[in-house]
Design a protein around this ligand. Sequence first.
Ligand code: MRU
Length: 353
Amino acid sequence: MRSVEWYKDKGRPGVVRMIDQRLLPVEFRLLELEEPEDVARAIRDMAVRGAPAIGATAGFGMALAAHRSQAGGRDGLLRDLEQAAAALLATRPTAVNLTWAVERVLERAADEQDVERVRAVALEEAQSIADEDVAVNRRLGQTGAAIVPEGATILHHCNTGALATVDYGTALGVIRAAHEAGKRIHVLVDETRPRLQGARLTAWELQQAEIPFTLIADNAAGHFMRTGQVEVVLVGADRVAANGDVANKIGTYKLAVVAKENGVPFYPCVPTSTIDLSTPTGDDIPIEERPSEEITGISFLGRQVVPEGARVANPAFDVTPHRYVTGIVTENGIAYPPFATSLRQVMEASFDS
Ligand code: MRU
């Protein structure tokens, strides 16, 4: 099934249904969210996570707001949508897909004059965002598979798979496509402290897809690169700035620097909805600070492992300067340096298609 979808049972109003990623791989549970505030909370608390999945969820959150609004007139309904948008945008600041999706729904809704039409187009647009994401990932996977050498060991950080998107995945989609094309590949899976998206989610997805992998501690990645055991690093991103700087899960920067030092190519794999030409450089990307409990213990398992009162910093993302980036894989081709030009080209291609 898709990581997130609009679900309508006979006789009941529609809900936003999603896989609760906090519980995986121990438990597979679906959440059915009935109010837009529940959707905002699910994004903030990371029941759903991964930039494209966050975007699609926010789109459905807007559709839910349109359907639940009690407003009798168009203007009141649009005000309710603006309010829902503000709540959704306040959840996680780094992934630009969130803003992108919310604005898409708002713009479509604002074009309509009648309450019922506003409701209908809000859901239609949210559904298009979700459907497009799946199609885009498949194209991205095909494009990226070409850069994966036969017999390659691929280093991967965080989770960029079907769970992090609506389906299929970005960097993990490239890995999936290379595997489906019959390439013999092996994935080194970074555990991805503190929330263990690699150990919990990527390992789970690779196991189901029967793609060979080895789980490693984040701190081991440098060792594997220095000893010549990695052919390519593939990661996702939450935002790519106009100059090619890339914000992704904390720890990505360190990987990129070590990759360059050891001559290992480093490719972020992103849908064009993750490219933000209005953000000039990585320094302009807001970096989310997450709760200290994610560090002080195996927090989401509810057990503290550090001394009481220890001071904690927990940035959820870091920025990799573009000089460490070999190329950026998108559904419209691979952007190579100079990124100021090539990113514009892949974006323009998405307006053509
Ligand atoms: O904090 P998360 O789990 O939402 O972070 C996810 C990542 O950093 C992913 O690499 C990124 O969103 C791309 S997912 C296709």
